[in-house]
Design a protein around this ligand. Structure first.
Ligand code: CUA
Length: 157
């Protein structure tokens, strides 16, 4: 088969680029131990509601701040409305029972993916009391655009 010279150049260039991507993935996996976003904590997505970490969902307040436990599912969050204190660190612990969802607290730096099989966790502090919208920013199915929740940040006395 007679392959023209320029065609060959592009073929080899494409092969080098593909090899480069494959090496990047291999190095990321092997050397850097890359994992899905958040800290590495796994959970059986079929048993989320009976898992002690997620059996009790909602907000737990302490002197120092609050912890929010929430589950994402097609096409809502459980619970769907939460109240947290302003000016104190709030730790969110999230997981999914079905597909990958997003979790974005609009207008804040609270933003993570919710991946089935993993617990996503992040901590943030809300300086401003008020009502915040939580939206799913990962396409998760036909009801994706309906998937939201309400976060109420209450002024602390
Ligand atoms: Cu859940 Cu999009």
């Amino acid at each position: 088969m007679n392959v023209p010279f320029y065609e060959k150049i592009w073929m080899y260039a494409a092969a080098v680029i593909i090899a480069g991507f494959a090496i990047t993935v291999a190095v990321g996996y092997g050397a850097s131990a890359l994992q899905p976003p958040s800290h590495v904590e796994t959970i059986d997505p079929a048993k989320v509601f009976s898992d002690p970490r997620f059996a009790q969902r909602g907000v737990t307040r302490t002197e120092r701040g609050a912890t929010v436990v929430m589950v994402g599912m097609m096409f809502t969050y459980n619970p769907n409305e939460i109240r947290v204190p302003a000016g104190k660190p709030v730790t969110f612990r999230l997981t999914s029972v079905d597909v990958t969802h997003g979790f974005q607290i609009v207008g804040t730096n609270g933003n993570t993916m919710i991946v089935p099989g993993y617990v996503s966790q992040f901590t943030t502090t809300f300086a401003q009391p008020g009502e915040y919208l939580i939206v799913c920013n990962e396409y998760c199915g036909t009801g994706h655009h309906l998937m939201s929740a309400k976060l109420i940040v209450e002024a602390t006395p």
